[in-house]
Ligand binder design. Structure first.
Ligand SMILES: Cc1cc2nc3c(=O)[nH]c(=O)nc-3n(C[C@H](O)[C@H](O)[C@H](O)COP(=O)(O)OP(=O)(O)OC[C@H]3O[C@@H](n4cnc5c(N)ncnc54)[C@H](O)[C@@H]3O)c2cc1C
Length: 465
């Protein structure tokens, strides 16, 4: 009999278009699907991601069991666990999909060596991107630093290959050991349980990803260009957490969107191109979450103000559009992209607190926390990324609010403490006449935007010189 194959799931919690699973199935060998809660990950998962992971594993494990292969759940160091498991099972191969985060991928080297010592091969397959990083280069053979030429060059390449089909059956093995119960990983919050808003908003897992994909292509894709910047509307796909956990492959998404008539050079697929750009960047700058891509920013005189930092995290900056975003994040684990841009600009430019603080806060609270997109977004906002907002572009949170939330529906939804304020003052409550402000429990602005903007420009100009 062919020796068994271990399929090691990581950020690919799905059965559809899963290269590792497909390769293992093609071998005809019996499979053992495994997930390891890795205790040596260079960057531990954030709290909202842990909540998502719990439910995603529950969904994957059910999908696998129904097809004949229960998921074995382990906790510890993969380089120790996998060789021992392979020995007990008599497995000659472990197959997995590549993680596109160089720090996590570094762990695979240790796993490969430990398995090799047991005579077991580790196969790591390309995964999670539309185009391989080394394939998108300028004519001079250099990687791109700017998005537009990057995406143009990517689109000149052959289209991403067709996705692999979802298997109907997965012939599995009875695990040689019982494995852990999912609850033993304690991924969900206990007291206080802050995840009620997450549970009310999302359906983690592959079925949830397909539901959202189908709904978006049927109802949202056509109006995406018009509605994508309006945070009060359900105008974007909200597929980001499903993509971040690998419950939906970008290749599947690409082909589904193309079949629905979307053009890759514009709109939705162009935004997906930003994901690609950030991930390609992460290959070049593995320290992107902590170090600025533009070295001059190492010298930036960031402020350290614990009180302002606390007010920011609580969504009590006194700027309604910013606070609505921060409260949406706290409640649902997600924030609209337009508002992420304003919120990030406010932290780094109005408050001049380090972008790394914001990145870490998002990492902890976003259900779509992504090792490339998150630092990519923060470096863009801070002006220190490769293709970043110029340092002199400081979003005005009041004008942005009036433009993208003109009737204040978004602010009213997330800041009920402002719900009774007339629309004219909703984005700048301090301008309301005193009578309108009676009983208002909303804080005054932490800083005066115009003054903060000038100070920020002076600080940015200094490092530029
Ligand atoms: C400060 C900041 C932090 C961010 N952190 C993250 C993060 O941790 N994880 C994350 O997935 N995205 C992040 N983004 C990018 C973007 O805000 C989200 O991808 C988007 O809001 C997700 O919603 P959606 O799925 O409805 O997007 P849609 O508009 O429907 O876009 C489809 C997909 O394209 C990708 N995408 C869209 N916009 C961007 C972008 N600007 N950069 C990279 N990829 C993009 C995402 O995978 C998204 O799911 C961040 C942006 C900023 C400004």
């Amino acid at each position: 009999m062919t020796s068994p194959v271990i399929v090691w799931f990581r950020r690919d919690l799905r059965l559809d278009d899963n290269p590792a699973l497909s390769r293992a199935l093609a071998s005809g060998a019996p499979l053992l699907p495994v997930y390891i809660w890795e205790e040596d990950l260079p960057r531990p998962w954030g709290a909202a991601s842990r909540w998502w992971l719990h439910h995603s594993l529950e969904s994957l494990s059910g999908d696998l069991a129904r097809r004949g292969a229960p998921l074995l759940l382990l906790r510890g160091v993969a380089a120790r666990l996998l060789p021992a498991l392979a020995r007990r099972l008599g497995a000659a191969r472990v197959i997995c999909n590549r993680r596109n985060d160089p720090a996590a991928a570094g762990l695979d080297r240790a796993v490969r060596e430990a398995l090799a010592a047991e005579g077991v091969a580790l196969e790591v397959l390309a995964h999670g991107l539309l185009f391989e990083p080394e394939s998108v280069k300028s004519r001079a053979g250099q990687p791109f630093q700017v998005f537009t030429p990057f995406w143009r060059a990517a689109l000149a390449l052959p289209e991403p290959g067709a996705p692999l089909p979802m298997p109907e059956r997965v012939p599995g093995l009875v695990p040689p050991e019982p494995g852990l119960d999912l609850a033993a990983l304690a991924l969900r919050p206990t007291a206080p349980d802050w995840a009620g808003g997450l549970a009310a908003t999302w359906q983690p897992g592959e079925a949830g990803a397909w539901r959202r994909l189908t709904a978006f292509l049927a109802e949202g894709a056509a109006s995406y260009p018009r509605r994508r910047d309006l945070p009060a509307e359900d105008g974007t796909s909200r597929l980001s957490p499903h993509l971040a956990f690998g419950e939906l492959s970008p290749r599947r998404l690409w082909h589904a969107a193309r079949a629905a008539g979307l053009h890759p050079a514009e709109g939705f697929l162009r935004e997906l191109g930003w994901r690609e750009f950030c991930h390609h960047m992460l290959f070049r700058f593995p320290e992107m979450a902590t170090r600025p891509q533009r070295a001059a920013f190492e010298r930036f005189p960031w402020r350290q103000d614990p009180a302002q930092w606390r007010a920011f995290r609580q969504g009590r900056t006194g700027y309604p559009f910013v606070d609505a975003g921060l409260r949406q994040l706290w409640h649902s684990g997600w924030m609209h992209n337009r508002v992420r841009m304003i919120v990030a600009s406010f932290l780094v430019k109005d408050l001049r607190l380090p972008w790394q603080w914001g990145e870490a806060w998002f990492w902890d609270t976003l259900v779509d926390a992504d090792p490339a997109n998150n630092p990519g977004g923060w470096q863009w906002a801070a002006g220190c990324g490769m293709d970043a907002a110029p340092y002199f572009r400081v979003f005005n949170p009041v004008l942005q609010g009036r433009r993208f939330d003109p009737d204040g529906a978004y602010v009213r939804r997330w800041c009920p403490d402002l719900a009774d304020l007339p629309a004219a003052y909703l984005h700048a409550p301090w301008q309301a006449p005193p009578l309108e402000r009676i009983g208002l429990a909303y804080p005054p602005p932490l800083v005066e935007h115009e003054r903060a903007r000038k100070e920020a420009l002076a600080a940015f100009a200094a490092i530029k010189d």
